[in-house]
Design a protein around this ligand. Structure first.
Ligand code: SF4
Length: 230
């Protein structure tokens, strides 16, 4: 791996993946959530690959923005990036099919469990087929998410393959949540304003409307912009 670029100059405890393994598959949902996770893994010298599989993200413009931002940051450090969207249209259809009947479930409810399961099942399969003994995810670093719900999905996916372990490390702790924001501002990452699916976009817009705010405009908000304007 090319680690010539420095990660954030802070002291961190050395992380050791489960079983003392040093090869990890990181399921990533977006650059802001994975930025701190990526730097923490790099700082501990862990050999990892990013796996981007998120057919929940809607619409296509938002999906591409999130993915390309994540690829840009991975390139900076020479981190391998698996872009799992060779069957994007069918995967999207499958996601909507699985979400049927759950369109009006709240965030952190059963639709989200389905959404985590679908993404982690694919990540676990890739890990199994490509010699990764451990996989983890950036999803839990967001304070909007239920970490237990995510970890349960991760463990369920790993259980399908003998020897595969889901690493349920709490990426928020030890200042991880604050560094997630710092890195996002430093890198001027695209700032998504809803979780990702069509239903979270609808619900976020309804909430904004109730507050007299305009609907979300995709592709306009970047971390750090507000401070520059202030
Ligand atoms: S709100 Fe987020 S986690 Fe829940 S179903 Fe939608 S995209 Fe998936």
């Amino acid at each position: 791996m090319n680690h010539t670029l420095e990660v954030s100059p802070i002291s961190r405890p050395v992380l050791v993946p489960p079983g003392g393994q040093n090869k990890v598959l990181l399921h990533s949902c977006c650059a802001p959530c994975s930025g701190e996770v990526m730097e923490a893994l790099l700082a501990s010298g862990i050999d990892y690959t990013i796996y981007f599989y998120n057919p929940n993200i809607h619409p296509l413009k938002e999906y591409l923005l999130r993915k390309e931002e994540n690829m840009r940051f991975a390139d900076k450090f020479g981190i391998p990036f698996i872009d799992k969207d060779d069957d994007y249209e069918n995967d999207r259809k499958e996601w909507f099919e699985k979400a049927k009947g759950m369109e009006f479930e709240p965030e952190r409810g059963i639709r989200c469990t389905m959404c985590f399961d679908m993404r982690f099942e694919k990540a676990a399969q890739y890990a199994h087929e490509n010699g990764f003994p451990v996989f983890t995810s950036s999803l839990g670093i967001s304070r909007w998410k239920n970490m237990n719900q995510i970890n349960d999905s991760g463990r369920r996916a790993a259980e399908q393959y003998p020897g595969l372990v889901y690493w349920d490390f709490n990426w928020r702790k030890g200042g991880g949540s604050a560094r997630m924001i710092e890195i996002s501002k430093r890198e001027h990452f695209y700032q998504q304003e809803y979780c990702g699916c069509a239903y979270s976009l609808r619900d976020s817009n309804a909430h904004r409307k109730s507050q007299g705010r305009p609907p979300i405009k995709i592709g306009v908000k970047y971390y750090g912009d507000e401070e520059e304007q202030a």
